[in-house]
Design a protein around this ligand. Structure first.
Ligand SMILES: [Zn+2]
Length: 154
């Protein structure tokens, strides 16, 4: 384990999710947590955080690693169906937060480059997309709507 609830930002977020205090939380899987990105550089930007606080894939036991990767593929497919991008980009970095997490970026035709002022939606401003999803109100491409038991990883 690299971090603890006190020292790792993603562990802190997991703890908030477990207490029901993370408005960006979408789903929990066997090996991780699905969250909408705080800042929606691209509509549907999603983060899939591993339950265990490790920095590298090889630090997970083989069976856990395989399950995490399989679930990441299911999450990515759900994001793709929810947001209907022209391309879905994947990143597994961990330089800033040494806790395994995938960034899933739906890229839409005509979207702006990352960080451009215009077109950036700060999810923390007002009612977050995740909260809208929970309430099942109209938000085109709500991930929750696509997270059905038949697609839940086993
Ligand atoms: Zn952590």
């Amino acid at each position: 384990m690299n971090g603890t609830a006190a020292s790792c930002d993603l562990c802190v977020r997991i703890a908030r999710t477990e207490r029901g205090e993370n408005p960006f939380s979408v789903a929990r899987t066997t090996t991780g947590y699905v969250n909408l990105g705080d800042i929606q550089y691209h509509e549907g930007y999603t983060i899939f955080v591993a339950k265990r606080c490790v920095n590298e894939l090889h630090e997970l036991a083989k069976s856990e690693r395989n399950a995490y990767l399989r679930e990441m593929a299911v999450v990515a497919e759900a994001v793709f169906h929810a947001f209907k991008p022209r391309k879905l980009n994947y990143e597994l970095l961990g330089n800033g937060a040494p806790h395994l997490h995938w960034h899933l970026f739906p890229r839409h035709a005509g979207d702006r480059r990352r960080g451009a002022r215009s077109g950036v939606t700060r999810a923390s401003a007002g009612l977050s997309p995740a909260v809208r999803c929970r309430r099942r109100k109209t938000w085109p491409g709500c991930v929750v709507a696509y997270w059905r038991p038949s697609t839940t990883p086993t």
